[in-house]
Design a protein around this ligand. Sequence first.
Ligand code: ADP
Ligand code: MG
Length: 228
Amino acid sequence: MSLFVTFEGPEGSGKSTQARLLYESLHARRYPVILTREPGGTRIGDLIRRIVLDLQHTEMAPTTETLLFSAARAQLVSEVIRPYLEQGGIVVCDRYADSTYAYQGYGLGRDLAELRMITAAATGGLRPDITFYLDISAEAGLERKRRRHAGVRPTGQRSVEQEEWNRLDARELEYHKRVEAGYRELIAQDPERWRVLDARQSIEALAEQIAAIIEPYLASIPRLEAVP
Ligand SMILES: Nc1ncnc2c1ncn2[C@@H]1O[C@H](COP(=O)(O)OP(=O)(O)O)[C@@H](O)[C@H]1O
Ligand SMILES: [Mg+2]
């Protein structure tokens, strides 16, 4: 058995924070686990990430954007995610295909049937076992991210990776609201897979809830041997 866990939600909702905390707690307990992110997570994917998120690339056509995200995903699935799952490991991924449906589909108005075909090609049909949705309004999430971007950080909170304010963040609030509504539709279409958590809670409270949801799935994952 293996376990594929993804994190979704608006920017600033705490995905990277919680993905890292989950990875760290599983790693500390000697579970075979890797942490990765989209777009990126591979050498080729990180190069694509730079192109797709660059604020200067204002001329990028929506189709280009969609295909670049999908290309990065194809590389990540084939190079990292699928091989690790095939070995029986746990993969924690910060964003995955649902982000394409939410951002390029509902956000940019791309045809969802077409996105499903592109995604099927990119992933070979690989779907997460569990997807956490960190639920916060687009405004509140962007405000958290903007504040961090401005260098003002609420005290007592861990910062994860220094993420730049990127080309997608800079789109208008209406776009982000369509994304949020899109996520609600995706959740309604596949309620078994999604776990919706109130992202306004403390980092620690969220991490506890996520750990509790993951726990039953761990029974089928053998831990790594201690190195003598
Ligand atoms: N539960 C939380 N409460 C308050 N601030 C948080 C919480 N989770 C994350 N943050 C802060 O919000 C910002 C965005 O978090 P991050 O994990 O990078 O979000 P995302 O990856 O979803 O964009 C960071 O400064 C982080 O420290
Ligand atoms: Mg992040």
